[in-house]
Ligand binder design. Structure first.
Ligand code: HEM
Length: 425
């Protein structure tokens, strides 16, 4: 018998009473309040999946004082594909940080048509399969280098040694960040991360985060000037050769730098943890390494490194029969949609051979859907496929360190492991 989970613990009936709440009106002000992510998402970070399920079973499109919370695959997919839902607000920038605020509004992910259409058309080509295939050799070489450095070490932290450095090196190479600058740029990105992925970044993170944002903007502006004078075979030089102005290029270097590594680090870390916790699936992959493509899709589905996103209703809209008034904020809980039993039967079961989770034939929504579908999806899949294949090939035995208890990033948006200590032989 299927046991129905309890209603989410923080939900009082009054909060779910459609008639008793008006939506918070923040659309006219891009600087939104710090409490914009409902507490349940923050509190459920350690093990959010039962909470997500309870929400979906209660109401897949649920009105709350903080906005609508969408937890079914169909609802999230519908909103992402519907141009009446737009991007807007949702970034934590104190007044006084005008420069970052202006830059962040130029991020491709923050824009709406027609600007988004234009940016997407310009930025797309290097990220298409043909462009990404060019990188295969380089990704193979970087993975081999990282794994070679671990030769003779029976135990190490997979996140620190592989999952973090690989995507960082790849995005730096792609953008054209020279080797000696990578540490500084990476450190700035790490300081900025907490203000991006949290509804309520602790006060002490806000000023350093904003300073780091400015440092990155300065860095990419300087690199942009250097590439203009001396173009190279990199993404930055490619963007400079287009019609985009420098401010837009610099801002989008900043977002690509972020989008390109934190998320992939999380997929590699949580993905390996999932395989180690499901030895039958690990065995299937070891038996036939060509199953790695399916494995990556399934790990994307169950791990969902970007657990949630959001949109605003640009006009009155109905989703699955629920009226959503213009201006309403919609939280799209991607990680919940990926475990919707109406879309993926037996959704909590990890199955790398799933026939219903195949790209282009309707797969998981970890990369989003619709116009903002992840620009780096092919690249992330490439990095993950090469890494899992080579890691399993290198070590016939991999085990979690004794007493390992996962610690997750302190973010309800980006779900990733802080560390993954493993023992190899
Ligand atoms: C496992 C790794 C990754 C995951 C799970 C992921 C997830 C996502 C998601 C969910 C979105 C859409 C958000 C929304 O619609 O609100 C997105 C957009 C985006 N991603 Fe990724 N991403 C990953 C890797 C990458 C990489 C490697 C890059 C490289 C640059 C990248 C660049 C972007 C960009 C630029 C956008 C915005 C696209 C647009 O607005 O048109 N991502 N990603």
């Amino acid at each position: 018998m299927r046991v129905r989970p309890a209603r989410p613990h923080w939900t009082r009936p009054s909060q779910l009473d459609e008639n008793r709440h008006t939506m918070p009106s923040t659309t006219s002000d891009p600087v939104v309040a710090r409490d914009e992510i409902p507490r349940f998402l923050v509190e459920a970070m350690r093990d959010p999946f039962p909470e997500y399920r309870a929400w979906r079973e209660h109401a897949p499109v649920c009105r709350t004082p903080a906005g609508f919370v969408l937890t079914s695959y169909a609802a999230i997919d519908a909103v992402m594909r519907d141009d009446r839902f737009i991007q807007g607000g949702g970034r934590h920038l104190d007044r006084g940080w005008e420069r970052s605020r202006e830059a962040w509004s130029r991020w491709i992910i923050a824009t709406n048509p027609p600007l988004h259409t234009e940016l997407r058309r310009t930025m797309n080509p290097p990220f298409q399969p043909k462009g990404v295939r060019r990188l295969t050799e380089r990704v193979e070489a970087l993975v081999a280098e990282l794994l070679d450095r671990l030769d003779g070490r029976p135990a190490f932290d997979f996140v620190a040694e592989v999952a973090h450095p690989l995507p960082m090196q790849v995005i730096c190479e792609l953008l054209g960040v020279p080797e000696p600058d990578r540490e500084t740029v990476g450190a700035a990105a790490a300081r900025m991360a907490p203000i991006l992925g949290s509804g309520e970044p602790p006060e002490e993170y806000v000023a350093p985060g904003n300073e780091a944002s400015e440092l990155l903007l300065d860095y990419f502006a300087d690199l942009c000037r250097r590439r203009r004078a001396d173009p190279q075979d990199d993404l930055l030089s490619y963007l400079i050769a287009t019609d985009l102005d420098d401010d837009t290029i610099v801002a989008n270097c900043q977002i690509m730098f972020f989008a390109g590594h934190e998320t992939t680090t999380s997929l590699l870390g949580s993905g390996l943890l999932t395989l180690l916790r499901h030895p039958d699936q690990l065995a299937l992959l070891r038996e036939d390494p060509d199953r790695v493509g399916g494995a990556v899709e399934e790990l994307l589905r169950v791990c969902a490194p970007v657990a949630l996103s959001q949109r605003r209703a640009g006009e009155d809209v109905e989703v699955l029969g629920v009226p959503i008034p213009a201006g309403s904020r919609c939280l799209l809980v991607i990680a919940a949609g990926n475990r919707d039993p109406d879309r993926f039967p037996d959704p909590d079961r990890v199955d790398i051979l799933r026939a219903d989770n195949v790209p282009h034939a309707g797969s998981n929504i970890s990369f989003g859907t619709g116009r903002h579908f992840c620009l780096g999806a092919h690249l992330a899949r490439l990095e993950a496929s090469v890494t899992f294949r080579r890691v399993l090939e290198r070590w016939p035995s991999i085990a979690l360190a004794d007493g390992f208890e996962p610690r997750w990033l302190p973010s309800p948006v980006f779900r990733g492991l802080v560390e993954l200590p493993i023992e190899v032989a």
